[in-house]
Ligand binder design. Structure first.
Ligand code: ADP
Ligand code: ADP
Length: 239
């Protein structure tokens, strides 16, 4: 079962070609770490997968559906904003700078999308939020505001928030790069647990130790292309 299939995916900003033909497939349950120099297009690729960019070429299938289009009765149409919303509901994304809603409590951050997008009952959404906060070790912060939390705690809330939607795929864009070094471990531990739970994850990271221990596959990007792909023990083997 393929969760992501990218075929010659291209993306430019103006005259700058940022993705120059990405080919990549990610299977259900796989944990793929994407590494590579700054500016090589890693974030842009994740944003393409999460419907935050319009492709300039190639095809990208996510959760079995072609990005930018929808199929109905064997015909292919351009997707509507509603299609995008429906497809994005199955993808969780965690950003470098957490992106929590600062004027909302932790609980309000977690239940917002389930209430609005999934139209869950409040009691059900709240129960799920409590369960996930417990899982990331922050049950006691449920009524706090993001500004009252450390960066590591905010990132764990952001992960719990994404999981509230029961995504089939989780995307992480340098989730620990903005954290003080002593807070990195608590976030990586949560991600490690998620990885072993069988969730499909694509993680852009500079944490080589994490990639080596947790990834099923390491993908190296450079100048808008995948230039190497291998199992971590091969990737990190001494030359
Ligand atoms: P990485 O995540 O590997 O650091 P990015 O995908 O963030 O790389 O960026 C790749 C290149 O695309 C960079 O040169 C960056 O400046 C450029 N870029 C990213 N987003 C935009 C944008 N919205 N407009 C113009 N250029 C962009
Ligand atoms: P990242 O740390 O994910 O690589 P950056 O700090 O490079 O992200 O960029 C932050 C934001 O600015 C992103 O939304 C990206 O799309 C945008 N951006 C990056 N480079 C450019 C650029 N050259 N022109 C316009 N927007 C850019």
């Amino acid at each position: 079962d393929e969760i992501i299939r990218a075929e010659r995916v291209r993306k430019s900003y103006g005259r700058t070609e940022v993705l120059r033909g990405i080919d990549l497939a990610v299977s259900a349950g796989e944990v793929v770490c994407v590494i590579g120099p700054s500016g090589s297009g890693k974030s842009t690729f994740l944003r393409c997968v999460n419907h935050l960019e319009r492709l300039d070429g190639g095809r990208l299938y996510v959760n079995g559906e072609l990005i930018g289009y929808r199929q109905r009765r064997g015909k292919i149409y351009e997707q509507s904003p509603r299609d995008v919303c429906r497809k994005r509901a199955d993808i969780g994304m965690v950003f470098q700078h957490f992106e929590l809603f600062p004027h909302m409590t932790v609980l309000q951050n977690l239940v917002l999308a389930p209430l609005i997008v999934r139209r869950r009952a409040k009691a059900e959404a709240t129960a799920r939020a409590e369960e996930l906060l417990d899982k990331v070790g922050l049950a006691d912060k449920i009524d706090s505001y993001p500004g009252q939390l450390s960066g590591g705690q905010q990132q764990r809330v952001a992960i719990a928030r994404a999981l509230c939607m029961r995504p089939r795929l989780m995307l992480f864009d340098e989730p620990t790069s903005a954290l003080d070094p002593e807070l990195v471990g608590e976030v990586l531990n949560v991600m490690r647990e998620l990885a072993s739970s069988g969730l499909t994850m694509v993680v852009v990271t500079h944490e080589m130790q994490f990639a080596r221990e947790v990834a099923d596959r390491v993908v190296f990007m450079d100048h808008g292309k995948v230039v190497e792909e291998s199992a971590p023990h091969e990737f990190f083997a001494a030359p």
